[in-house]
Design a binder for this molecule. Structure first.
Ligand code: ANZ
Ligand code: ZN
Length: 837
């Protein structure tokens, strides 16, 4: 008995594919557009920890799909690369003094080795790395196009600042008030920033979603993030100044119920509106408001705080004088940073009015007493003069007409989306290609001088004062103005990690072009990406930013599709098991003992419950794919990860299940090496199973239902395993069906069966529909002509088989017991009838 020599086989075929450039792809003009596919993986950040089990999940899925497409005659672009700028390498540099490029290079080499050891069909000639000069040359070039289009601007606004990473952050990088990377509490800081005007694309980013074949959940997240809201701008005349206060409201129809106004503590009118009597109170309040995050400020559950400014405004619909308050539940970053408060019909306004004793006027007929709680549902308008009796829609229309006619306001649209804070005060990123000239202002680095490379520095530490370590490299910072030639200074901020991933899918198409970022003909050949697979954590960040850049490139005529990624699939998370004590605390896996399917704490002997948990170092339940590749082979890892369950669902790694898959491949190996294989005709039953399997694997592979395709192959292999002699054709077909899933084993079988490599270039097997028709029927059992039972049977069952099955049936047995059987009739494909006395 020969053991399944996965290690040998896998090395051999990986070497073959590499040497023969089996997966090299070109823009073959004879392949029509509908026979081309671009299948993309989210490229990894090459961390020091190496590949985790989540990587092979998505990568195997796209690999299977690509191999399947190739065998079906498609020209398939399937590239891989590395997202290699970013904080971990830089933080490591600060600790150890190692240049981030060195660390990154080492990590990339390790990642590449690991990825290659899984036998994926990437075209490695197209590998890219975002920290390479040849790559970021064009990231800088695209930034320059954005700048020239007026989509990049410098600002001194308060931005999210991570005190631990010592850098500004985009809104998208702040999760519930904390830094998405390090978890530190995010502060507001006023520093000079470069900002990208993503808001100019808010509508296009929204509209584009409708055409995409993406998970609804991701589309919804993007829609909510963009947060388009339709309402009105309303101008309130200030009582003591010849100036108006503008608010944004979605409910201008409730204007008769506006009993006070609120401006954010950062609002530009705060000083002007604060009366001398209120000055001390306002100052104290402003000081206190500074320290809260947006989340804390707007949390409904939090106690409302605020202070009266001392000033009043005039409600344009009734001339009432209403007080202007300063309160932090109004954010400066939304709308105009000022609101009209309608406490009867808004929860926050109601809380605030109650706390500060402000009037509450009902303007929508309410089913509650608005002095006791806000009524936030619809209702007929009341106390609203000429709006009384109208519903919401009609009242809004009528109010808008009134506001516009009198110059009190107009229709307005607002977005939650904020412009993208694009600069980082860090070292390890693309330098922003700008020069500050005392005479000419901000000037772009001329295109022919790109790439503007990162200089060497002595210290990688961010200054913490809001500047990057690049400020200390005088020879780099000091330059000449490209316009006037006078001494000038370079911009020292760098780009965020998202920059490189905004367009990498384009560079794969033409990775070595040193004249342009992409050749337009090649772009037309491949774009858009037909299938993009990756984790759901990028739902807003990467997927929103790259759509934005892509739309700008489209408007500049540099790409031909409006959207970059036509179809998106999120792989589910691979979790692990953890062991829980009765008190719910978790025990590290190495402290757990298994006995008869039960789990015990090695130390205390307590019985533990197995639960599903995220993999974590502290629980010692992290699965390292390298170990399993070494001990069982890459094909087993690939197939197990696809067999665990539906691709998009979260599922726990179970080593028992993994070994089951390994045994299955071992069985295939034994069948091929130990059984007699002959060029004989395939018996009908086996042929039916074979064709059913081809059909199922074809359909399921095309629709990414890999787990069920694998189950079907297992059924077929069990059938083959029962044979003495295996028809060669059956084994050949099995090898073809297996080849996208376990390509190494399949190549080996294929050559053992006497064929030239590579199986990857062989046509996908076809099935005969007639052989796939379901073979079962519902056989009727009659006793003296009366229906007594039904049994599922093969349609091709013989008379004898039918009668035997009927006699074995419990119900029928009951009828026959103690009777004399006079006659048995069987009509194949239909029924049996027993005549009894
Ligand atoms: C009066 C009103 C009456 C409002 C009512 C709501 C209900 P969306 O839908 O999210 O766009 N608002 C406006 N600017 C704000 C800011 N900077 N900070 C906090 N709240 C602000 O929400 C728009 C509504 O949120 C606006 O409509 C305004 O309150 C409030 F029965 O105006 B409304
Ligand atoms: Zn100049």
């Amino acid at each position: 008995m020969s053991k399944y020599p996965f290690s040998e086989i896998e090395k051999k075929w990986q070497k073959y594919w590499e040497e023969n450039k089996t997966f090299h792809v070109t823009e073959d003009p004879s392949v029509s557009k509908d026979k081309r596919r671009y299948v993309l993986d989210m490229f990894p950040y090459p961390s020091g920890a190496g590949l985790h089990v989540g990587h092979p999940e998505g990568y195997t899925a796209t690999d299977i799909y690509c191999r399947y497409l190739r065998m079906n005659g498609y020209n398939v672009l399937h590239p891989m690369g590395f997202d290699s700028f970013g904080l971990p390498a830089e933080n490591y540099a600060i600790k150890t003094g190692t240049h981030p490029y060195e660390t990154t290079k080492k990590n990339i080499d390790n990642f590449r080795r690991q990825i290659k050891s899984l036998g994926f069909c990437y075209d490695w000639d197209r590998e890219i790395s975002t920290c390479d000069e040849d790559y970021y040359h064009w990231t800088q070039w695209i930034f320059e196009q954005l700048y020239k289009k007026g989509l990049a601007y410098e600002a001194h606004t308060p931005i999210n600042w991570c005190p631990s990473c010592k850098t500004g952050l985009a809104n998208e990088e702040v999760k519930e008030g904390h830094c998405d990377r390090c978890g530190a509490k995010v502060e507001k800081k006023n520093i000079r920033q470069w900002i990208l005007k993503i808001t100019a694309y808010a509508d296009k980013l929204l509209e584009g979603l409708d055409e995409l074949d993406w998970p609804e959940s991701v589309k919804t997240m993007q829609r909510n993030w963009i947060g388009r809201s339709e309402g009105a701008a309303v101008f309130f005349q200030l009582e003591k100044f010849d100036e108006k206060l503008e608010v944004y409201t979605t409910r201008c129809d409730t204007l008769f119920g506006a009993t006070y106004m609120v401006i954010a503590p950062e609002h530009p009118l705060v000083q002007k509106l604060t009366t001398p009597e209120q000055k001390a109170a306002v100052e104290a309040y402003l000081d206190q408001a500074k320290h809260k995050s947006d989340l804390e400020r707007t949390d409904l559950a939090k106690d409302k705080t605020g202070v009266f400014s001392g000033s009043y405004a005039i409600n344009p619909v009734n001339g009432n004088k209403i007080p202007i308050w300063i309160a932090d539940y109004v954010l400066i970053s939304y709308g105009t940073g000022a609101i009209m408060a309608v406490p009867a019909h808004d929860d926050r306004d109601w809380e605030f009015a109650k706390k500060f004793n402000l009037p509450i006027i009902e303007v929508l007929k309410s089913k509650v007493d608005v002095q006791e709680q806000a009524w936030t549902e619809d209702g007929e308008h009341v106390n609203s003069q000429w709006l009384d009796g109208l519903n919401k829609q009609d009242a809004i229309a009528k109010m808008l007409e009134f506001l516009e006619k009198n110059g009190y306001g107009h229709k307005a649209v607002n977005y939650k989306l904020r412009d993208w804070v694009f600069s980082r005060q860090r070292y390890w990123g693309e330098p922003i290609p700008l020069i500050h000239c005392p005479d000419c202002g901000t000037v772009l680095v001329p295109e022919e001088e790109l790439p503007l490379t990162l200089p060497q520095v002595d210290k990688y530490e961010p200054s913490g004062t809001g500047e990057s370590p690049l400020v200390n490299v005088e020879s780099w910072v000091n330059c000449r103005c490209p316009k006037c030639g006078k001494p000038a200074k370079r911009e020292t901020n760098t780009m965020p990690q998202w920059a490189g991933s905004c367009w990498y899918y384009l560079r794969y198409i033409d990775p070595n072009n040193d004249k342009r970022f992409i050749d337009p003909e090649k772009e037309k050949y491949w774009m858009p990406v037909d299938l993009y697979i990756g984790g759901a954590e990028h739902a807003v960040l990467h997927l929103l930013y790259s759509r934005f850049w892509h739309k700008v490139l489209y408007d500049l005529g540099l790409v031909t599709t409006k959207e970059p990624f036509q179809r998106l699939v999120n792989q589910g998370m691979i979790t692990s098991f953890a062991y829980q004590k009765p008190n719910k605390s978790l025990v590290p896996t190495d402290m757990v003992e298994e006995r008869d399917g039960k789990y015990f704490d090695k130390e205390t002997g307590e019985e533990l419950t197995q639960v599903i948990a995220k993999m974590s170092k502290s629980l010692k339940n992290v699965i390292n794919p390298d170990d399993f590749i070494r001990d069982y082979g890459a094909d087993s890892v690939r197939m197990y990860e696809m067999f665990m369950g539906p691709l998009t669902e979260s599922k726990p790694w179970a080593t028992q299940g993994f070994i089951g898959v390994y045994r299955f491949l071992d069985r295939v190996w034994r069948i091929s090496t130990e059984k007699k294989i002959e060029d004989i005709e395939i018996p009908l039953d086996l042929n039916k199973s074979l064709h059913k399997t081809i059909k199922k694997v074809t359909d399921d592979t095309a629709t990414l239902n890999f787990n069920t395709a694998i189950s079907q192959m297992m059924v077929l292999v069990n059938e083959i395993n029962r044979l003495e002699v295996v028809p060669k054709k059956v084994l050949e077909t099995l090898a073809l069906l297996l080849s996208p899933y376990t390509p190494h084993l399949a190549e080996e079988l294929w050559s053992m069966l006497g064929h030239e490599p590579s199986i990857a270039n062989v046509e996908w097997p076809k099935y005969d529909e007639a052989l796939c028709v379901e073979d079962t029927m519902e056989m009727v059992v009659q006793i003296n002509g009366k229906l007594r039972s039904r049994i599922m049977m093969s349609k091709s069952a013989t008379k004898e088989e039918m009668l035997a099955a009927a006699k074995a049936d419990e119900k029928t047995k009951g009828w026959l017991e103690g009777k004399q059987l006079i006659k048995e009739i069987a009509i194949p494909g239909k029924l049996v009838n027993f005549v009894i006395k």
